[in-house]
Design a protein around this ligand. Structure first.
Ligand SMILES: [Zn+2]
Length: 175
């Protein structure tokens, strides 16, 4: 069974259920696929929503990978497992799976880079970031854990902090 998002020339959106993609092609060619609102038989297939959502999420992930300068905080809750809002987990298209893999790969390489070029100060993160900012500690890139309150306080003081979701498979050996 194939469910397609369809739209007529007047912009009415509706779902069409077909045995296969070929069934849709045949029925549409015969003018049997019609809009339930205006009976228009000139319908077009829409891109599926999950694919559109994933494309957007991938763009956001790669953009946040740019300019990762200053202090870095590894913040637990916002992990990469969080699905993009509105995605449908039951029927992912092949293209959507590819996009998700590319996004995951980009995130992993970004996190590896950050882990390799920062010093882990653990729970002392907020204190150390503050010392560096006020010149009491040697200037360098650090990472560690910070609560949401600590992170907000640092940002209020003008100290650059970036929350970094660390995939579970990178947490152990590298830190
Ligand atoms: Zn219509």
């Amino acid at each position: 069974m194939k469910v397609l998002d369809l739209q007529c020339r007047l912009g009415h959106s509706f779902e069409g259920w077909f045995g296969s993609q070929a069934d849709y092609d045949v029925q549409r060619a015969r003018g049997l696929v019609t809009c339930p609102v205006c009976n228009d038989s000139e319908v077009t297939k829409m891109l599926s929503a999950p694919r559109l959502n994933l494309g957007h999420a991938a763009a956001v992930a790669s953009a946040s990978g740019q300019g990762a300068a200053g202090a870095l905080a590894a913040d637990g809750p916002a992990g990469p497992g969080a699905a993009p809002a509105g995605s449908v987990p039951s029927a992912p298209a092949a293209g959507a799976a590819d996009a998700r893999q590319q996004m995951q790969a980009a995130l992993v390489s970004m996190v590896r880079h950050v882990l390799a070029h920062t010093e882990d100060v653990g729970p002392q993160f907020a204190e150390e970031a503050r010392k560096i900012h006020y010149g009491e500690s040697q200037a360098r890139h650090i990472r560690g854990q910070a609560t949401r309150e600590e992170t907000e306080a640092l940002l209020d003081e003008g100290i650059e902090v970036l929350a970094l979701p660390v995939p579970d498979n990178l947490k152990g050996p590298l830190q």
